[in-house]
Design a protein around this ligand. Structure first.
Ligand SMILES: C[S@@+](CC[C@H](N)C(=O)[O-])C[C@H]1O[C@@H](n2cnc3c(N)ncnc32)[C@H](O)[C@@H]1O
Length: 205
């Protein structure tokens, strides 16, 4: 692993440095299969009459998933607090670059309650002490019936990121606000997550 100056994953500088030096082992470089299937299925996330589903991709990194969601007609916004990540995502997004915003997940206020939050290597990017804050923010942002869907990384190695979670801890974290409605094995993991991640969907009560 290269020697990095920034050691605190709670700061944008930590992620800037890794994107700058192209050290991004979490980056799948493509849209993963379970998400593709989820986007393809009807009716998708909760839809308010006349409005496309409002979707947020927090800590989006390169935001490979954004174009697929926009092309499905979803009102999707990808956010990241790292300026270098945002620049990379915008360069990849082409005509969809306007849907990528530099913002901190804990401060970002969407224009309307969300129907879907997409989770992909964001919870596991943050030190364990921030987990409750992440779960509470997910719950605040999602409308009742809205979905938290994506990939959850299970591991007990203390050093991170990625900071894996125990299944019982994830259940305890989300149970106050969410019901688990899907929990599936992942077949196309990249090495850093292989054998240790699940595709899950949690519905906001
Ligand atoms: C491990 S990377 C995952 C990126 C992307 N989701 C992926 O799977 O390729 C974690 C990302 O979360 C971003 N991030 C961390 N804390 C954040 C915060 N408070 N608000 C917004 N983005 C944040 C980092 O800048 C980084 O791009």
């Amino acid at each position: 692993m290269p020697d990095f100056a920034s050691r605190d994953p709670l700061t944008p500088a930590f992620w800037d440095e890794r994107f700058d030096r192209q050290f991004t082992p979490w980056d799948r470089g493509a849209v993963p299969a379970a998400l593709q299937a989820f986007v393809a299925q009807a009716p998708g996330p909760r839809t308010v009459a006349g409005q496309p589903p409002a979707v947020l991709l927090p800590g989006c990194g390169a935001a490979w998933e954004l174009a697929l969601m926009l092309e499905a007609g979803w009102d999707a916004t990808a956010i990241d607090f790292s300026p270098v990540a945002v620049a990379r995502a915008k360069a990849l997004a082409g005509r969809y670059a306007g849907h990528i915003v530099q913002a901190d997940f804990f401060d970002y206020v969407p224009s309307r309650p969300l129907d879907l939050v997409y989770e992909q290597a964001f919870l596991c990017a943050l030190p364990r002490a921030r987990r409750l804050d992440v779960a509470e923010r997910w719950a605040e942002l999602l409308a009742p019936g809205g979905l938290l869907a994506g990939y959850f990384f299970f591991d007990d190695v203390l050093k991170g990121p990625p900071f894996g979670i125990a299944r019982a801890e994830l259940d305890a974290l989300l149970a106050p606000h969410f019901d688990c409605i899907a929990d599936d094995a992942v077949t196309d993991s990249i090495p850093v997550f292989a054998g240790k991640e699940r595709w899950m969907i949690w519905r906001r009560r």
